[in-house]
Design a protein around this ligand. Structure first.
Ligand code: CA
Length: 325
């Protein structure tokens, strides 16, 4: 019997093949594997942004004391369950997602080239654009292009939506278009680690009851996600219709910002042993109530390790540094 997770993992593993199988295949593959939530059209980006937040410039790490918790839940999606009891040792975690400024320093120091900047693997029957370096970019479907996700040559962490986009002035935005392997390279350079799924979920819960949607008692968004009906229009009621600078939303009880929303975050958890697919957590600015709704600590999706998008980033943990005195 093939479990739900197995099916998802297999779907994610075959992403690249399905890129080559035509627009419908591409759409289906990415709907499954890249968290099919929506956003406003590219030309509308930032125009509805109300927030003046410029983010945290030098975010640090906080000590997560560890403890016992119930991981997973019987929620909307079966891959989140069943709930089970988990013990997590104490660890340090970045207050925010890794930013463009931080990633820039890594690249400057090492000359590292991300996977999106290298020649993509050659796939039988791949369309011409997929022979060029690039990555997956979300675009609102139109009558001419019904794909939600598109392979865009030239898309990379420096140009998250493609060559016409840039990160100038976006130092405090989370870096995106980074694969698991890119995130791992950064972590190794920094002498740190990527979080396990247990660490990530424990930290995201912060001892609190999980909310069905990140809103406060007055109904105001407490994270950067998608308000409106996906994929037609993101109302941007939280102030952002794309990535927000890190730290623009209140920290949770552990001092961590943007665990929910903004960008998905890589974890070390394999979706299934033997497959090059990992678990991502937290949801993103593309998650809407009417679709995806994975802006909860227990939510998870499966992502091919060598495929980035413009709504997946990461944060780090330190498993070596002792607890503060
Ligand atoms: Ca938003």
């Amino acid at each position: 019997m093939i479990g739900h997770n197995d099916k998802w993992a297999e779907q994610a593993r075959s992403n690249r093949r399905q890129f080559a199988s035509g627009p419908f295949g591409l759409m289906l593959a990415l709907l499954f594997a890249v968290s099919a939530c929506g956003e406003a059209p590219q030309q509308d980006r930032r125009k509805v942004v109300a927030a003046a937040c410029t983010g945290l410039t030098e975010p640090g790490m906080v000590w997560i004391a560890g403890g016992h918790f119930t991981m997973g839940e019987d929620a909307r999606y079966s891959e989140e369950g069943p709930p089970r009891e988990v013990e997590v040792a104490g660890f340090w975690m970045s207050q925010t997602e890794v930013t463009n400024a931080q990633f820039s320093r890594f690249v400057a120091a090492t000359g590292y080239r991300t996977e999106a900047e290298r020649d993509p693997p050659s796939l039988p029957g791949a369309p011409p654009e997929m022979l060029l370096p690039g990555s997956a970019v979300f675009r609102v479907p139109t009558s001419d292009n019904r794909n939600w996700w598109n392979w865009v040559p030239g898309a990379s962490w420096r140009n998250p939506s493609g060559p016409e986009s840039a990160i100038d002035g976006r130092d405090n935005d989370p870096v995106v278009q980074v694969t698991y392997n890119d995130a791992l390279a950064y972590a190794q350079w920094a002498g740190l680690s990527l979080p396990s799924e247990e660490q990530w979920e424990f930290a995201a819960r912060a001892g609190a009851e999980s909310l069905p949607e990140p809103k406060d008692a007055a109904g105001n968004p407490t994270a950067n996600y998608y308000q409106g009906v996906f994929p037609a229009r993101d109302l941007g009621e939280d102030g952002f219709t794309a990535r927000a600078p890190v730290g623009c939303f209140p920290a949770n009880a552990f001092g961590l910002h943007d665990m929910i929303g903004n960008v998905w975050e890589w974890t070390t958890a394999a979706a299934r042993p033997g497959l090059p697919v990992n678990v991502i957590k937290g949801g993103s600015y593309l998650c809407a109530a009417n679709y995806c709704a994975r802006y909860r600590p227990a939510a998870r999706q499966f992502q091919e390790r060598d495929l980035g998008t413009d709504h997946i980033g990461f944060r780090l943990v330190d498993n070596q540094l002792p607890a503060p005195r």
